[in-house]
Design a protein around this ligand. Structure first.
Ligand code: GLC
Length: 543
């Protein structure tokens, strides 16, 4: 019996946009509890909840003010406890999002630090440093925030004098914690215990590569080596995960850490997955790959090569709450993804994008390892690229002065019904519109419409997840490439299972004696027999 997490299908719930139980236009825990049967029927193994903690929502909850309570927008701690229990009753495990790199500027530690004044112990839990220049008017170093602008903000002391600067690798409302400080370490160990005692099955670790900084916080310099940046992947970070792993392993059940590790080299990435550190991490190389067979094959090979030596299972991810919905990405002329340049507004052929997204779903689910499904992937939702400026909430939009339109377009509330309040996202008695508007033409994409349609995205996901559980998850984590025409990808798993992906724009023949298990598009007949149409994937039984 292998560990569940080595082959799990994990569904990401962006709580604000999943389902609104109380009618205030924002998704909440009541909404999730109502929809647990949907998630069970979808056939996933676990749920990952994006941060549900008390937060001023400067970054959608990734600015945590209290790690041990639930934001009132989402519900109460008692409700979260019930949700964990109910999910378990439905056979669904629960992962919560841990945000250790930074907290909210409203967290009591940061408020204390501001009030305590210069040189105080309370300021040592963060990175408060004097500025450079004659009167400290320049930031302490040249680091940039991932959200644009300097990574430093200068404070004004209580007496009105200009004070030191504090570090925030993200928004100014997200001060970075100083992981050299023993109280920071102790606090997060206690937070782990707090949620483990409440039965959670693991943690997704936000910005897992970022906690430890290079001592002295040196400048990046004009021509930085991307594999050696002072604000990420410092060796000390691994000690943190080793100590956390001991805590986790002290609890019964098969609990896990999943790291959000964005790093340029596979060697750096794999170090987080050593047997005494994290169990797995998101495979962003795959998410960023273009829909081209050679590129896809390379990334599958390099993924397997990086994970093998550390014994960790690979994961396959197509989209998340920070990226472009892959239906839209795959319909563009350039199908790759770059976090630094999302090219929002680039034209996309959504019919083509949907076709490729269906093919990609079957590819990822056939590969050895775990898969992540971002809410709405199973409905084939596109990115919403034409949100008016007035509704945009993402700090990346605001911090970049509008140059980056941000991540709101992949966070639109889910359509559940073809009609009703916010297409069933909110109850009929809703008192407010959804926090982001849904496109007028999303009714046919709703869960209810797709449930009734045997050819829908949702039906494909349900069928594929069920087949995957029945045929693939117990197999050895290996694949064998099969020689097929150029621009196709074909591999065998044990037990006679074959996956064939046609990423060309013309049909390719199927092996004559194979039994078709599932295909992402209807197969066609030619004079030579059955063919797999362009941009589609088929699962075959070769026995
Ligand atoms: C991660 C999250 C992202 C958030 C950032 C800062 O990248 O996925 O949504 O903005 O961390 O916490």
């Amino acid at each position: 019996m292998t560990h569940w997490w080595r082959h799990a299908a994990i569904y990401q719930i962006y709580v604000r946009s999943f389902a609104d139980g109380d009618g205030d236009g924002t998704g909440d825990l009541a909404g999730v509890r109502n929809r647990l049967p949907y998630l069970r029927e979808l056939g996933v193994d676990a749920l990952w909840f994006t941060p549900w903690y008390t937060s001023p929502m400067a970054d959608g909850g990734y600015d945590v003010a209290d790690y041990r309570d639930i934001d009132p927008l989402f519900g109460t701690l008692a409700e979260a406890e019930r949700l964990v229990e109910e999910a378990h009753t439905h056979g669904l495990r629960v992962l919560v999002d841990l945000v250790p790199n930074h907290c909210s500027d409203q967290h009591h530690w940061f408020q204390e630090a501001l009030a305590a004044g210069p040189g105080s112990a309370a300021r040592e839990r963060f990175w408060f440093l004097p500025g450079r220049g004659e009167s400290g008017e320049l930031p302490p170093n040249d680091w940039h925030s991932y959200f644009g602008g300097s990574a430093w903000t200068r404070i004004t002391e209580a007496d009105g004098t200009p004070g030191p600067w504090y570090l925030h690798m993200f928004a100014p409302q997200q001060p970075d914690l100083n992981w050299e400080h023993p109280e920071v370490r102790a606090e997060f160990e206690d937070i782990l215990h707090f949620w483990l005692r409440r039965g959670v099955d693991g943690f997704r670790i936000d910005v897992a590569h970022g906690l430890a900084k290079k001592p002295g916080l040196p400048d990046v310099g004009p021509d930085p080596d991307p594999t050696d940046l002072p604000y990420q992947d410092h060796d000390d970070v691994h000690d943190i995960y080793r100590s956390w792993r001991k805590i986790l392993d002290g609890y019964p059940g098969d609990r896990i850490f999943v790291g959000e590790v964005w790093l340029p080299s596979a060697e750096q990435f794999a170090r987080y997955l050593r047997p005494d550190e994290l169990h797995s991490a998101f495979n962003f190389d795959f998410l960023c790959s273009s829909w081209e067979p050679a590129a896809l094959r390379d990334v599958v090979d390099s993924t397997l090569a990086a994970h093998g030596p550390v014994g960790a299972p690979p994961t396959w991810v197509l989209s998340n709450h920070d990226t472009i919905r892959h239906v839209t990405r795959y319909g563009r002329a350039d199908t790759s993804f770059d976090m630094g340049d999302k090219r929002l507004g680039d034209p996309s052929d959504l019919t083509l994008g949907r076709r490729r997204a269906r093919a990609a779903a079957l590819l990822t689910m056939a590969l050895p390892g775990g898969v992540y499904i971002y809410q709405g992937d199973e409905l084939g939702l596109p990115e919403v690229q034409d949100l008016p400026d007035a509704v945009l909430q993402d700090p990346t939009f605001l911090r970049s002065g509008g140059a980056d339109r941000g991540r709101d377009g992949c966070r639109i509330p889910l359509p559940w019904q073809p009609g009703g309040a916010a297409l069933g996202f909110s109850p009929d008695a809703a008192t407010a519109a959804p926090w982001l508007p849904q496109p007028a033409d999303w009714a046919p994409l709703s869960v209810a419409e797709q449930t009734a349609d045997p050819d829908s995205f949702l039906t494909l996901y349900r069928t594929a997840l069920a087949l995957r559980s029945a045929r693939l998850t117990a197999l050895p984590e290996t694949l064998t490439w099969v020689d097929t025409p150029p621009d196709t990808l074909c591999f065998d798993r044990a037990g006679g299972f074959r996956c064939l992906v046609n990423a060309t724009d013309t049909p390719v023949p199927l092996p004559p004696d194979a039994t078709v298990l599932l295909s992402s598009a209807p197969l066609e007949e030619s004079a030579e027999g059955r063919v797999l149409p362009a941009d589609s994937t088929v699962w075959l039984d070769m026995n």
